[in-house]
Design a binder for this molecule. Structure first.
Ligand code: FE2
Ligand code: FE2
Length: 250
């Protein structure tokens, strides 16, 4: 592949037949696996919240979000199946990545989140980041099935993003700013790390194959600018983060 393929220009058959070359297929599959698992863990997080969150008024929206995240995961695993990869093989291929800082946010939501403040922070860290990854990167993927899946997911992720901000505002109202500021110090580094390390060889390949439009570092900055503005409107303090990946609160 000598020049960057244009958005939605490659179908599954071209990858299966080997016309895109093995390198494109490898990079694409790894990216789809990571996206699929992130959606699945987010679905699990919402399912966990359904069990643990006390407020009965939240049930309908938690059920809706859990179902939508499951549907997102199903779309991505379906795209992988078209390329001959099963869900279990996809998840097995990411065993090492799952332990990386970039997966700490979805893992924490799926396995350890426990109350409404965690729910607000997880939604801020997963839905709003997801919205940026999907809207900026995957919607214009050269791989047409990924571009179509992104388009089908995007409106729901935007709604989840609004839900995140509502829950953060509710958390300020019932627990006070200091408690939310402390939670932000814990969660915002995870959220930014969720974009992955900047400037890697893998992302370079994604960019040159048209599978991503921007580097992880740029997306992280976009996220911090967007979230920062909204959190400041609620009178919250953005934690300062270390410059290097994996980011931590200073
Ligand atoms: Fe999603
Ligand atoms: Fe979402």
């Amino acid at each position: 592949m000598t020049r960057r393929p244009s958005p939605a220009s490659i179908e599954a058959e071209e990858v299966r037949s080997g016309r895109t070359g093995p390198h494109y297929a490898r990079v694409l599959i790894r990216l789809l696996c990571a996206h699929a698992l992130a959606e699945k863990l987010t679905a699990r997080g919402y399912e966990r919240a359904l069990v643990l969150v006390q407020d009965p008024e939240l049930r309908p929206v938690l059920e809706k979000n859990a179902a939508e995240e499951r549907r997102h995961a199903t779309l991505l695993y379906g795209a992988l199946a078209e390329l001959g990869m099963s869900e279990s093989a996809a998840d097995r291929s990411l065993v090492a990545l799952l332990k990386a800082p970039s997966f700490e946010a979805p893992r924490h939501f799926a396995e350890r989140s426990c109350d409404e403040l965690d729910l607000a922070m997880a939604s801020l860290s997963l839905d709003m980041t997801g919205m940026i990854m999907i809207g900026v990167n995957y919607r214009d993927s050269s791989y047409a099935p990924h571009a179509r899946a992104a388009q089908a997911i995007l409106d729901e992720e935007a709604e989840h993003g609004m839900f995140a901000m509502e829950r953060v505002a509710a958390a300020v109202e019932c627990g006070g700013r200091e408690r939310v500021n402390a939670a932000l110090r814990e969660w915002l580094p995870r959220a930014v790390n969720f974009f992955g390390p900047p400037g890697t060889g893998f992302t370079y390949d994604c960019l040159r194959f048209g599978l991503k439009a921007k580097d992880n570092g740029e997306l992280g900055e976009l996220y911090l600018a967007m979230v920062g503005r909204r959190l400041q409107q609620l009178g919250l303090t953005m934690p300062k983060l270390t410059a290097e990946y994996p980011h931590a609160a200073l």
